[in-house]
Design a protein around this ligand. Structure first.
Ligand SMILES: [Zn+2]
Ligand SMILES: [Zn+2]
Length: 155
């Protein structure tokens, strides 16, 4: 399954592979994500930085302002400037990989919908997937194996 989890930017200078499944997948409907993508929401796979193999290219960080004031760096292809992942809060061991850049973006589906308070009104959420007005408590929602991986990052 993980051999399918390759992706890259539009010009193919940046290519990467997720070497395991992510810990959890967010669909975020917050205003920051809407602005930064120019779209209705963003799809982020949360995965350890050392489980993302950069096959080619060198994504470069761009700091963006956030509504919360927490630091957020978007990593973009130096050539075509497509965003491939983000680092939030200066936590460099954890990447938020943009699922739309996978060669098969259907390979991963959201485990949770967050910041639904600013969801665009025409977006209908699937039944059975948890959704929250704002953020949520990962301890209550993540599988045990993912929580253990998360603990390895944050201690
Ligand atoms: Zn590119
Ligand atoms: Zn967001």
């Amino acid at each position: 399954m993980t051999q399918d989890l390759e992706g890259g930017c539009a010009c193919a200078a940046v290519r990467y592979q997720l070497v395991s499944l992510p810990m959890f997948v967010h669909c975020c409907h917050c205003r920051d994500c809407q602005r930064q993508t120019g779209s209705a929401f963003v799809l982020n796979a949360l995965i350890e930085t050392d489980r993302v193999a950069v096959l080619s290219g060198n994504p470069e960080p761009v700091a963006v302002p956030t509504d919360s004031g927490r630091p957020h760096q978007i990593y973009r292809c130096p050539s075509c400037k497509v965003a491939v992942w983000s680092i939030y809060g200066g936590v460099h061991k954890l990447l938020f990989v943009r699922i739309g850049t996978l060669d098969d973006p259907a390979a991963l589906t959201p485990d949770v919908h967050i910041y639904v308070r600013s969801k665009l009104p025409w977006v209908a959420l699937p039944g059975g997937t948890p959704s929250f007005d704002a953020y949520y408590d990962s301890r209550k929602l993540w599988p045990q194996a993912s929580l253990e991986r998360r603990r390895a990052i944050f201690g």
